[in-house]
Design a protein around this ligand. Structure first.
Ligand code: FMN
Length: 177
């Protein structure tokens, strides 16, 4: 699939068919995450691939009762090793969440190119997710996504126009164009 088609096709999918994700497709999606850039190439990430139905069901209340998390055949939990990340972003802040977010978005776009649905899940209770997935103290879950074939077509959500969100040469509140 052409790259810009995949970008357009990626929409938040909140209903999934039970059909499994073929292993070769899952491997390609994970590989797209592995190839993501990270600050100083430190790759401070770990991706937990959850297929066990019971574990997925436990994740539903930990994800604020978002039922589609339990419905998808696969859930990926993207985690950060803060102690492995670069500390010089903007001169002073840690890159872990940025690095992991980029890698997960690589996977999400790869999933779209494969005809699979995903949905960023940021509404979760960190302590509960950590307990369910045995995530150690020094590792932080950044986001989860279900992964599977969409059960129905997702509708595109509106976006701000470019004229409102882009400015040139210096910061400006003015709309251009
Ligand atoms: C950081 C982040 C957290 C999000 N958390 C959730 C979530 O917990 N549940 C959910 O249904 N959607 C969640 N979303 C999806 C957004 O609602 C969605 O991306 C936005 O409405 C635009 O729709 P689209 O993804 O279909 O283009 C999240 C998105 C981001 C980037």
């Amino acid at each position: 699939m052409e790259f810009y088609d995949a970008v357009r096709r990626r929409l938040s999918v909140r209903a999934y068919k039970p059909d499994p994700v073929p292993e070769d497709v899952l491997d390609r999606i994970l590989e797209a995450g592995r190839l993501a850039p990270s600050a100083k190439n430190l790759q401070p990430w770990k991706f937990i691939v959850i297929k066990d139905p019971e574990t997925k069901q436990h994740l539903v209340p930990a994800c604020r009762d978002q039922q589609f998390v339990g419905q998808a055949p696969v859930v990926i939990c993207a985690c950060a090793h803060e102690d492995q990340a670069w500390g010089g972003m903007g001169g002073y802040w840690k890159s872990d969440a940025v690095d992991v977010t980029i890698a997960l978005e690589h996977m999400i776009l790869a999933a779209a190119a494969e005809g699979l649905g995903t949905c960023w899940v940021g509404a979760f209770v960190e302590e509960q997710v950590k307990k369910i997935l045995s995530i150690p103290d020094n590792v932080k879950p950044i986001a989860l996504t279900p992964l599977g074939f969409p059960a129905r077509e997702a509708k595109p959500r509106p976006r701000k126009p470019l004229a409102e969100i882009v400015c040139y040469d210096r910061f400006s509140q003015e709309q251009h164009g």
